[in-house]
Design a protein around this ligand. Sequence first.
Ligand code: GLV
Ligand code: MG
Length: 308
Amino acid sequence: MSVDRHRPRRSCLAVPGSNPRFLEKAQGLPVDQVFLDLEDACAPAVKESARDLIVKALTTGDWTGKTTVVRVNDLTTHWTYRDVITVVEGAGDRLDCVMLPKVQDATQVRWLDLLLTQIEKTIGLPVGRIGIEAQIENSRGLVNVDEIAGSSPRLETIVFGPADFMASINMKSLVVGEQPPGYPADAYHYILMRILMAARTHDLQAIDGPYLKIRDVDGFREVAARSAALGYDGKWVLHPGQVEVANEVYSPAQDDYDHAELILDAYDWATSEGGGHKGSAMLGDEMIDEASRKMALVIAGKGRAAGM
Ligand code: GLV
Ligand code: MG
């Protein structure tokens, strides 16, 4: 059994696992993915009770049309193994992925892969169906990101965690997602590109993390547009007000989508028998070749996934 690496993830909603009201409300929002959080959105005192709330929400809730993910605690804590065991034993058949935060090297992902396999075998779930999302949140994780991205066939995405990342490298800013004052260029460019290269090398999705000024929708749009332009597949959303913007920004513009479909049609026709098996075609005054077809496929694929 293998995981699905191409599910839509334009909007990935963070839901505190300790809050039954939010667990309920999340089911009604038009997001591509929810992740029910046992890590930083849960205070230490409620982390254990949140496991049961998450199992209940997954098994009794209606998550139709959404990718379901649970974020467990990172491997420097003592919570991780019980998070995984409780949630997967309790609701494994309703769960698409486990998100592992603050991943530092490939062994941490392999640990999770093995544990998932053991649980799946023990309780009779198909082995290998539950995917893994790896969050890169510190310099060690980024330095090892190539190895991490290739560490398990369960991996579906590499996720940038800007809040922890900024703290871990001592970046001089207190507003997550904003540029640090004093630096004249984009302080996130290198990190975003580094993650994107590793993800694409292993045919994984790349997901941008949160923007914490939740009432500043224009600020969210601006930050999202940057990673979307690079090729990122989606971004975390923390508030219903960010959802629609994420779904829009990480979908192709209608004009681009229509143009991509025209390119594919023109290329298919030119290379077919009717078109004389040519290697290129003209679309208006634009020459279309195999590389144009590949670029068009990316846009068309995202548009089709978004139901355009
Ligand atoms: C997310 O986990 C972040 O640290 O930004
Ligand atoms: Mg974090």
